[in-house]
Design a protein around this ligand. Sequence first.
Ligand code: NAP
Length: 320
Amino acid sequence: MKAIQVREFGGPEVLKLEEIPMPSPGPGEALVRVHAAGVNPYDTYMRSGSYAIKPQLPYTPGSDAAGIVEALGEGVTRVKRGDRVFTARTLSGAYAEYALAKEAQLHLLPEKISFEQGAGIWVPYGTAYFALYPCAHARAGQTVLVHGASGGVGIAAVQMARALGLTVFGTAGSEKGLELVKREGAHRAFLHSRSGYQDEILEATAGRGVDLILEMLANVNLGADLKLLATGGRVVVIGSRGDVTIAPRDLMMRRASVVGFALWGINEAEVREIHAGLASGLENGTLRPVVGKQLPLAEAARAHIEILESRAFGKIALIP
Ligand code: NAP
């Protein structure tokens, strides 16, 4: 089968399309014919070798795929041949024609969700769910700022927060991104590339501040975020690409807090809670992954460049 292989850590050019042996499912495992694979920023950090998780070389990147169950190992009961599924992590990697997964890593894909959308579920929606509920303790009537709302995690968070009954503010770096953020449920959208946009956010709360901030780029924004919080407010750090200086008194004055997490570090009970929440939202149409771009699998390197550089507009999906 064809698969992207990483044989050494490095830039996007180390992603090579190769012919490798097809994996076969052992007990409790299933083989999925991949119709689409989702590209996440942490795939790029891992490929560079600079991340907390360093896969053993060579490896096939990707945790998020969607496709059809092709073959089953012994004892598998949760899925059957021919089921439409999405993966929440895999054993063999998602950037490939076939992916091997434990049965617990496979989840049924509702008919109304396409394979391309299905490849944008686990990391983006799992992260948004964990940020909004276990970390932020979001409640109806609160105001949330989704800081970086035009990408995979941000769109997921906007849809969830709107469905729960929060007042939702989102930011994007382009006019097209602002339109997307509003279309997906934000009451107000702000351009984070415009200087002084934080003043517009404070004005939109009549000076009170927001209750919650879901932060996609903490190394740039955390210091200013603390000044946007209402009393008792909370920032959930979802993404950060470096260090940042904050004024601790901004926290003291507001009795505010900052919390962070990494999705790969959560436990099995938390994973089960996430899937219970996502399944109902995907089924009832509340959660609708947005695919901004589809690229052939062979162009994985381009996808890794674009996800870090371009203005986001939903997810990038690789098509084997
Ligand atoms: P993505 O699809 O590439 O989207 C990136 C988002 O960040 C876009 O909305 C982008 O907006 C926004 N952004 C760019 N510059 C910004 C700025 N100065 N201030 C605020 N937002 C800005 O990535 P993603 O999948 O949504 O992930 C977002 C971040 O969360 C990444 O850093 C990722 O590594 C991290 N993450 C963490 C976890 C975890 O477990 N903690 C899980 C998933 C993702 P424009 O492009 O419109 O400017």
